[in-house]
Structure formats: structure tokens, C-alpha cells
Design a protein around this ligand. Structure first.
Ligand code: HEM
Length: 527
């Protein structure tokens, strides 16, 4: 069996290389004026972000399966839809590399608990809250900032945070940057929101240092504040859990927020005995311990904040550079909401907004915030069927469904697959209201991963993304601010350059978004 091999001198994720490589690429960029594709493979595939830079080219060169070998290990790259589906569905054979933290047998229990809040009831809350927040944001842009958006990223960060925090308890918040920890007696939702803000801003630090160590006389004030917020965050959840248990005992029918089903899953034993953890119990367990729930809430907030923020940041920037796409979307938005007042946009409209959905999906096709979902082969993996060959898989190697490679392959995406063109998601263009959204061939589009371990927030992010686009572009348009003597064409080229100048430090982000300034103009005469 012949599987093509690409050898590299250093793994792209090697710690020292991660620190130094931005400098090396900057020097190469300046001093060696050649195209990226002219570098030899050992240079190109050592780049941390080669998935984005190479797109589908490795599929054409090496075929549906090939190996990247570095001095520290090898990873198998797979670019064949049915083999990719097999990897995702055989989740016990091809495990998440971090699976050692949750035992495989314990995984379904965790999954049930973490997926429980994502009901249709929650989606309706996401829809309503996102519309409200977007209305507030556009009002700020036009009234307070006189059309000039100071920082699109900061504005979207506030919006996505507010949606996440508000849906936690079915409440709504408008404030943008309150990070104060309120005194005793403050409403629990406000304290939750403020502590969550601090916890999320410092997520990486809190992953590295347990919050209990961030207290004491020797800890600097800034760090102590973070430790205090994390401890407070946990105590709020414990208080909520006690209240929830009491509500269940009283048979209350309060509507669910994002957190309610999670705390409800807390083992009643821990709540009733005021314990914050319950690792001592033996045997099969149905519920989760307080620490496990805290971990899940953290995971949801961590996984669900920057991802959607990034998807919207790319979408709005690309739309500002493509006024024709804004116009195409607006035609549909106006038709769908004809006769509905601004506060009467029902959640049922979500499935009718195919063009807004198309814009969001097309952005995720080319600019997936998580560019790869690597898996690790276990002893059970043995073989992987790729086309007509059974590829033997040694245990303990990384197996990579090549996400951006497949999502930009002309075989599956038609002409000019590297172009951002949302209309490719509407295969049979027609009268507004009669069009349908493309259902991609299985295994060719998986920004949320796929199979039993996929993203639980997939629909949450689609509802939020579509709601932002519909609300914003109904009455407004986004424009690129042009430099002196710059034509529309030049400005568009600059914007396209900016969205393609990205790094992949955990997530895919623009390097220099501040180089683009956007304006939001209210359109007159649209009812
Ligand atoms: C465009 C936005 C989003 C993208 C592209 C995205 C993508 C992903 C991906 C690739 C995974 C990894 C799956 C795997 O390991 O195979 C994941 C997991 C996860 N995502 Fe998302 N996500 C998005 C939005 C959200 C939102 C809005 C939430 C919650 C509100 C969320 C919550 C989660 C959680 C909790 C997990 C872990 C699931 C588990 O452990 O079973 N995500 N996401």
C-alpha cells in the first residue's frame, strides 16, 4: 500500500516553533519575494496555518489520503467524504486527542448533559434576543457614532456575549462593558453575567492555573480579581442548583434558559448535602457533579462565544465589500417580513431566510473558525476504508479529516471554489420564497464537525447568525470607508486582502481587522 508522505523538519504546533514562526514568516515575506506556492513542501507544511493557505491543493497533489511526518510524530490526512464520515461516526476508534480527560464509557452521559439545554425553546430565545441586541447595535451605529463603526470586532463581541449571557436565564441585558462585581444583594443574573465576563476574558489563564490558587496575600490584585470572579461564578451555580431542586420539588413550570437543564442534571445528592463535588460515589451515575457541570457551562460559553463572533466578523466584513450580496439578501428579508412590525418577527421566519443562511454558511465554508478537528486512532481503529483501499492505521496517530481542503475542493463546490459566493448555496435560483438551500454532499461541509461528537451549538449559531444578518440588512447597509483617491474596486481588494490575512492561534482570526473601517447607513423608504 502506497500512501504519499510529506516530511517536515518541525511540527507546526511545536511550542518553541509556535512562538518563533510568526517572525520567520514575516522575514520570509519581506526578504524572499516569491509566491507561497513556490516554496518547497517542507517549508509550506511547517506553517501553523497551512490548512488555510493550501486549501484544496494537497487533495489534487497527494490524493485522498497522505501522511505528514515530523520528528515528533505523524498525522494522516484524509480528503475523501465517505472516509471522513467513517472517522466521525467511529468515535470510539478515532477519539478526540483530549479524550483522556473523559473516559470513553463516561462520554454518552456527558454528551446527554451538555446537549440537554439546546431545545427549540432555547432557539426561540436566541432568535428574539439576537434581534433585540442587533437593533440596539445598529441604533448605536447610526445615532451614537454617526454611521462610523468604531470597531466591528468589539461591537460583535458585546452582541454575542449579551446573547449568550441573556439566554442563560431567559433574561435580557443591554449594557456593553460592565465588568464590576456587584455587592451582595445584586440580582443573581447580573452577578452571573459580570463574573462570566471576567471568566471568559481570562479563560486560558483559568485553564492553566486552578482558580483556588488565585487568592491569598501574595497574589497580585489583578489575578486575585479573576480568582474571586471564578469562585463567585461557581457559588452562583451552586445557589441556582439549590433553587432549581426546590423548584422541581414544588413542581414549578418556569421556562428554561441555557443553564437550567445543566444545573438540573446536578446529582440531587450533592445539592441536598451542600457538597460542591461528588467524586467519591461509586458505580454507575446518572447525574453530574458540581465540578462537571461547571466544566460544561464553561465549555458551552468558551466554545460558543468566539466561534460565532468570528463567523459574524468575517460575514459582515465580506458583505461590506460586496454590496450586491447585501442587495440580494435584502430582497428576501423584505419579502419574508412584509407586513410584520419590527417587534413581530416570529422565530418561524428562520427557515425562510435562505439567502441570509447562505451568506453565513458560505463564510464558514471558507473561513471556518475551527480549521481542523483532529482525532487520535486507538487500538481498535485497525483499518480505514478510503475509496477502494483499506488503509492500515497504527494506534496513537493523529487522523485529520481535512476540513478546509474538502470545503474548497472544486469536485464538490463547483467553479471558483476559493471565491466567497453565497449564491452557490441556492442551487436553483428563482422567485424569492421559492428557493431552497443547498444540502451539501455528506462529508463535504463540516465546520461544526460531524457525527455523535459534533458541535452542540450548531443550530444556536445558525439562528444567531441568520437573525443578525436579517435584522441588520433589513433597514441598513454596510460600506467600506475608502481612503483618499481609493476607488470602490481598490477598497474591495483591500478588504479581500484583509480577510485573507489570518492567523490560526486556537481559532482563525484576521491579523489586522483595524485596517478596515466600516460604515453603517440607514436606508430610507423601506417599510
Ligand atoms: C459558528 C459557530 C461555531 C462553530 C464553527 C463551532 C464548531 C465546533 C467544533 C468544530 C466543535 C468540536 C467538535 C469535535 O470535537 O468533533 C465544537 C464543539 C462544541 N461546541 Fe461549537 N461551534 C460553534 C458555535 C457554538 C455555540 C454557539 C455553542 C454554544 C452556545 C457551542 C458549543 C459547543 C460545545 C459545548 C462543544 C463541545 C461538544 C461536546 O463536547 O460534545 N458551539 N464546536
Amino acid at each position: 500500500l502506497q500512501v504519499p508522505i510529506v516530511r517536515i523538519p518541525v511540527d507546526g504546533n511545536n511550542n518553541i516553533w509556535v512562538i518563533f514562526q510568526p517572525l520567520v514568516w514575516a522575514v520570509l515575506d519581506r526578504c524572499v519575494p516569491v509566491q507561497w506556492s513556490s516554496y518547497p513542501d517542507f517549508v509550506r507544511f511547517s506553517h501553523r496555518n497551512w490548512h488555510f493557505l493550501e486549501k484544496s491543493r494537497p487533495n489534487a497533489r497527494f490524493g485522498p489520503v497522505w501522511v505528514l511526518v515530523s520528528p515528533t510524530g505523524m498525522s494522516l490526512h484524509v480528503a475523501e467524504p465517505s472516509a471522513i464520515l467513517e472517522i466521525f461516526s467511529r468515535w470510539k476508534d478515532f477519539v478526540r486527542p483530549n479524550h483522556k480527560y473523559i473516559g470513553l464509557d463516561d462520554w454518552p452521559r456527558h454528551r446527554r448533559a451538555i446537549a440537554a439545554p439546546f431545545s427549540e425553546g432555547l432557539m426561540k430565545q436566541v432568535w428574539d434576543e439576537t434581534l433585540r441586541q442587533t437593533l440596539r447595535m445598529t441604533h448605536d451605529w447610526t445615532a451614537k457614532y454617526q454611521a462610523k463603526i468604531p470597531s466591528l470586532e468589539r461591537e460583535l463581541r458585546a452582541l454575542t456575549f449579551n446573547v449568550l449571557a441573556a439566554t442563560a436565564f431567559q433574561e435580557s441585558h443591554d449594557s456593553k462593558d460592565s465588568t464590576l462585581i456587584p455587592e451582595n444583594g445584586e440580582a443573581i443574573t447580573d452577578t452571573y453575567r459580570d463574573t462570566l465576563h471576567i471568566v471568559l476574558e481570562n479563560a486560558i489563564l483559568l485553564m492553566l492555573i486552578p482558580y483556588r490558587r488565585l487568592s491569598g496575600a501574595l497574589v497580585p490584585n489583578g489575578l486575585a480579581k479573576i480568582g474571586h470572579a471564578a469562585a463567585l461564578f461557581k457559588s452562583i451555580l451552586m445557589k441556582m442548583a439549590t433553587e432549581e431542586t426546590a423548584a422541581i420539588d414544588r413542581d414549578d413550570e418556569a421556562p428554561d434558559g441555557l443553564l437550567t437543564p445543566l444545573v438540573r442534571a446536578l446529582e440531587s445528592h450533592s445539592v441536598r448535602h451542600g457538597q460542591s463535588d461528588d467524586f467519591s460515589r461509586k458505580g454507575k451515575r446518572a447525574g453530574l457533579s458540581a465540578d462537571e457541570i461547571l466544566g460544561n457551562i464553561f465549555a458551552i460559553n468558551f466554545a460558543g462565544h468566539d466561534t460565532i463572533l468570528i463567523a459574524l466578523h468575517f460575514s459582515l466584513t465580506l458583505l461590506a465589500a460586496n454590496p450586491d450580496v447585501q442587495e440580494w439578501m435584502r430582497e428576501e428579508i423584505i419579502t419574508v417580513f412584509e407586513g410584520s412590525g419590527d417587534d413581530e418577527w416570529a422565530y418561524s421566519a428562520f427557515t425562510k431566510l435562505n439567502r441570509c443562511h447562505a451568506v453565513f454558511l458560505e463564510t464558514l465554508r471558507l473561513f471556518a473558525p475551527i480549521t481542523g478537528v483532529p482525532k487520535m486512532s486507538t487500538k481498535r481503529a485497525v483499518n480505514l476504508q478510503v475509496g477502494d483501499q483499506a488503509v492500515p492505521i497504527p494506534p496513537g496517530i493523529e487522523v485529520f479529516p481535512i476540513l478546509l481542503g474538502i470545503q474548497t475542493d472544486a469536485q464538490y463546490w463547483g467553479a471558483e471554489p476559493y471565491e466567497w459566493r453565497p449564491s452557490r448555496w441556492i442551487p436553483r435560483p428563482g422567485a424569492v420564497g421559492e428557493e431552497e438551500l443547498l444540502v451539501p454532499l455528506k462529508g463535504t461541509f463540516f465546520p461544526w464537525s460531524d457525527g455523535p461528537q459534533n458541535c452542540v451549538g450548531k443550530k444556536f449559531s445558525e439562528v444567531e447568525g441568520v437573525a443578525v444578518l436579517a435584522r441588520l440588512f433589513h433597514h441598513h447597509e454596510l460600506r467600506l470607508e475608502r481612503d483618499d483617491r481609493e476607488t470602490d474596486h481598490d477598497a474591495k481588494a483591500r478588504a479581500v486582502g484583509c480577510v485573507n490575512d489570518v492567523n490560526n492561534n486556537l481559532l482563525l482570526r484576521m491579523n489586522r481587522p483595524e485596517q478596515l473601517k466600516l460604515q453603517c447607513i440607514k436606508l430610507e423608504g423601506i417599510s
